[in-house]
Design a protein around this ligand. Structure first.
Ligand code: ANZ
Ligand code: ZN
Length: 810
């Protein structure tokens, strides 16, 4: 236990003060500008970890800073409480998932309070409570009404160890994101949300998000994956069946030397009898089934394929007869599930053609080449732009122009049409799990699929359940839950037993925070219109695609329902970096977890907050070292002593301001300016460094003047105010000890005097060998070496000293 200021008393004291005075409870107030500061709410896993500490400390600095600037700040917290991990943990700890979850929430809430975060706890929400999830069901019904929630048989990702289906987003490198088992493909009836209906808006509105990290925008763009090209209709030689391919390089159509179908392509089954090497083909299909999507498309892996012997295609632009292959790098779900291969201009096709000895035909000449090259000379595909050759009437055109011309010509001839393809797929939301929102649908033998009427919501998640973790939906085992009456005809009917993926819950929670206790509607329109959009959202980069895309989708949907007036929920986004230990992710299995609880006990929450903020700028990774704490702890004690020592000395009469006191005053105002700017830009570590410099300056002044001067006290007060968003407990205490009665949060953030910001400049007269040769203006605070350097750089001086040796600088 380090000796120093009594942090544990102080922190407890101020935490209860904040609570008693409801300091962070807010209501809409049109007389003040609003600011909504939100950090991604945690999954109740048991304890907060250093990632939470970092995320929430950043948010807290922003929130407190804005409060002191006079904003009406909404800063809420809650728990993303449904989900598989609770179910898994419950199986492991032999507790009910609800019991387990509430316990975790209790622990985490206490820890968050001990960190001193400025949350309005009156607004706390937990997504596993019926008062919350009934609105999940409500949104679902609204989507169902509009055909945006639908059921279909689909090949789904199946985790054989979690025994559940997974969204594409939950498959990481072919494995389950949760347990790491290899994911299999299965056919299953599943619920989907039609997010693809919003793809165009989801892409376009990314333009509005000026204050999002560019890399998040790019990740979303790639995820949406809009691709403009042409669908080309090749014909099968005998049957004249259409083989439709999708290409973004229609300019290369004259260079197509074979066709490749995805192994699952429906035409293959049709052609079965006519395929001469069907045994070989079937073996290949079997092999494909074992592979994950990633293995199939990994650029680094060798591509394999089999020719469909006996099948030929006709290139519609020149009637060339070309072979038809299957290869697993072509995916059924993308484009048309078939491609034309152009080995001369696509590297993947080039390697494939070399491997299987397929012809190469050059149709784009690169600008640097005079004569046409022979295909045999090529060592790699030419993917760049150039001039069309071997392309009939399009020869001689730049390919960028030919692209448009060929597309038009093909449309006119009816052998192709322009097409837009998206990578985005509809969102699979059903889970064969217990701990989630029941999907409000009833199956009636007579009436079919019937939505639960709105007035019957919520469909409560039954409490009594046996969770084995083995197979199927646990809800299907609960008779009282399943058996119900059809809302339409009143006959015996059955409830849907799947639950919703938890990403559903987190797709709109930021709206619920605006009126969390509303029992009549999903949210109060007016309160939402006051608080939303979120001004600053802060969370991990791992949510760059899924959560943030879904939240944007829900916002647009709710706007279309007429409930919102805006398209985008999060104005500014900050993605904080990871907290590592010895360069590795912290995990139980590695045994390298740094426990915030222990640190709070040993040093206090303020030291932890300061340590984590000072370690690096928010977006950078931190490799956590306990020294971060030592430094923070020493600094806080230095500040503590500064106030304690100053407090006892009388304020002396203010004599004429001495030079050094003026310097302190200037330093104070410069610090106010820099710190304010740095906080706005999330440069917390440099902001803190500035405050530390000011503290040094104050100490130096004290030595010089000996007594407390008004200016000294002012400087000290400024330090306390500027530090308060970072280390609020300590600063509240010091503020009180400085004689103030109200919470420091009620103090307005200081403004600097622009006149005091300018550095004084002095004129320096430069003489060489006793003669004046130049004059320069320099800031007065420069050190000797810095001045010498500037003098030597002066052009007028250069002339006089060139080639000469400087003997002495005075
Ligand atoms: C011929 C061609 C020639 C192509 C050339 C490229 C270069 P993006 O931008 O991602 O949309 N492709 C189309 N469907 C595919 C599928 N289901 N599986 C695998 N690959 C597929 O890429 C479009 C390009 O990816 C298409 O353009 C097609 O190859 C390939 F010099 O067609 B291209
Ligand atoms: Zn019925």
């Amino acid at each position: 236990m380090p000796s120093g200021y009594p942090f544990s008393e102080i922190e407890a004291k101020w935490q209860s003060y904040w609570k008693e005075h409801n300091l962070f409870q807010v209501f809409p107030d049109n007389s003040r500008p609003k600011y909504y500061c939100l950090e991604m709410f945690p999954y109740p896993s048991g304890k907060i970890h250093m990632g939470h500490v970092r995320n929430y400390t950043i948010g807290d600095v922003v929130a407190r800073f804005k409060m002191m600037q006079g904003y009406n700040v909404l800063h809420p917290m809650g728990f993303d409480a449904f989900g598989q991990p609770a179910e898994n943990a419950a199986i492991k700890h032999k507790a009910h998932p609800a019991e387990w979850t509430y316990k975790c929430i209790g622990w985490m809430r206490e820890e968050l309070k001990r960190m001193g975060f400025s949350y309005d706890w009156e607004r706390e929400i937990s997504t596993c409570l019926p008062e919350y999830y009934r609105w999940n069901q409500w949104i679902f019904l609204k989507m169902f009404e509009r055909g945006l929630a639908y059921k279909k048989l689909a090949a789904v990702n199946w985790c054989p160890s979690c025994l559940t289906t997974l969204a594409n987003e939950e498959v990481v490198g072919g494995s389950c994101w949760r347990c790491g088992s290899e994911v299999e493909q299965k056919e299953w009836e599943q619920w989907f949300l039609k997010i693809t209906a919003y793809e165009e808006r989801l892409l376009e509105d990314l333009q509005q998000l000026k204050y999002w990290p560019p890399q998040v925008i790019t990740m979303q763009e790639n995820w949406l994956g809009k691709s403009e090209g042409v669908e080309i209709y090749f014909l099968e030689k005998e049957t004249k069946e259409i083989i439709s391919v999708f290409t973004t390089r229609v300019d290369t159509i004259f260079g197509a030397t074979y066709i490749v179908l995805a192994p699952e392509h429906p035409l293959i089954e049709k052609w079965r009898r006519r395929i001469l090497n069907i045994k070989e083909v079937e073996n290949y299909l079997k092999e494909t089934k074992q592979k994950t999507k990633l293995e199939r498309t990994d650029l680094a892996l060798k591509k394999t394929g089999v020719e469909l012997k006996g099948i030929k295609a006709i290139n519609p632009v020149n009637n060339e007869i070309i072979p038809v292959w299957i290869a697993d790098y072509v995916l059924l779900e993308y484009g048309t599930g078939a491609i034309m291969a152009v080995p001369a201009h696509d590297q993947r096709d080039f390697l494939f053609s070399k491997k299987y000895n397929l012809p190469i035909k050059i149709v784009i000449k690169s600008p640097g080449e005079r004569s046409n090259r022979a295909p045999e000379e090529m060592t790699e595909a030419y993917e760049g732009d150039g001039v069309q050759i071997n392309s009939g009437q399009f020869d001689g055109l730049p390919n960028t122009i030919a692209k448009e011309k060929i597309a038009q010509w093909m449309e006119e001839k009816g052998i192709g049409k322009k097409a837009v393809k998206w990578r985005l797929r509809d969102w699979l939301i059903s889970r064969q799990r217990y701990w989630g929102t029941p999907i409000p649908i009833i199956y009636c033998k007579r009436c079919g699929m019937v939505p639960v009427p709105e007035k019957e919501l919520p469909v409560l998640l039954p409490e009594k359940v046996r969770i084995t973790g083995k197979g199927g939906s646990p809800l299907a085992q609960i008779k009282e839950f399943v058996q119900t009456k059809c809302p339409v005809c009143g006959e015996e009917a059955q409830r849907e037993t799947d639950t919703m993926a938890t990403f559903f819950d987190s797709s709109w929670y930021f709206l619920r925070f605006c009126s969390p206790r509303n029992e009549r509607e999903i949210f109060d329109k007016e309160e939402v219109s006051y608080w939303m959009p979120v001004d600053q959202y802060i969370g991990g980069i791992e949510h760059a695609v899924l959560h943030l895309l879904y939240a944007r989708f829900f916002t647009k949907f709710l706007k279309d329902l007429g409930l919102l007036e805006f398209e985008e929920p999060f104005k500014c986004l900050l993605t904080q970096g990871m907290v590592l230990k010895n360069g590795e992710v912290m995990s139980k299995s590695k045994g390298n977890i740094v426990d915030p609880d222990g640190i709070i006990k040993q040093y206090g929450a303020d030291t932890l907050r300061l340590g984590i903020l000072f370690a690096a700028p928010p977006e950078a990774e931190i490799d956590w070292k306990d020294e971060c704490l030592e430094g923070a702890w020493r600094f806080l004690n230095r500040v503590w002593r500064l106030v304690e020592e100053n407090k006892n000395s009388e304020i002396g009469s203010q004599k004429q301001e001495s030079n050094s006191l003026l310097r302190l005053k200037k330093k104070t105002h410069q610090t106010i300016k820099k710190v304010s700017e740095d906080i706005e830009e999330f440069k917390f570590n440099t902001a803190l460094a500035r405050i530390m410099e000011l503290v040094n300056e104050i100490y130096a002044q004290k030595q010089e003047t000996g007594e407390a001067k008004l200016e000294l006290t002012k400087a000290i007060e400024t330090v306390v105010i500027l530090l308060s968003p970072f280390v609020p407990h300590l600063c509240e205490e010091l503020w009180q000890r400085l004689g103030y009665k109200e919470s420091i949060i009620k103090t307005l953030w200081p403004k600097y005097d622009p006149k005091l910001i300018e550095e004084e400049r002095i004129n320096l007269v430069i003489q060489i060998n006793g003669k004046v040769r130049s004059k320069i203006e320099i800031p007065s605070f420069l050190k000797r070496e810095e001045i010498e350097e500037l003098v030597l750089k002066d052009t007028r001086i250069k002339k006089w000293i060139e080639g000469k040796e400087i003997r002495n600088f005075i």
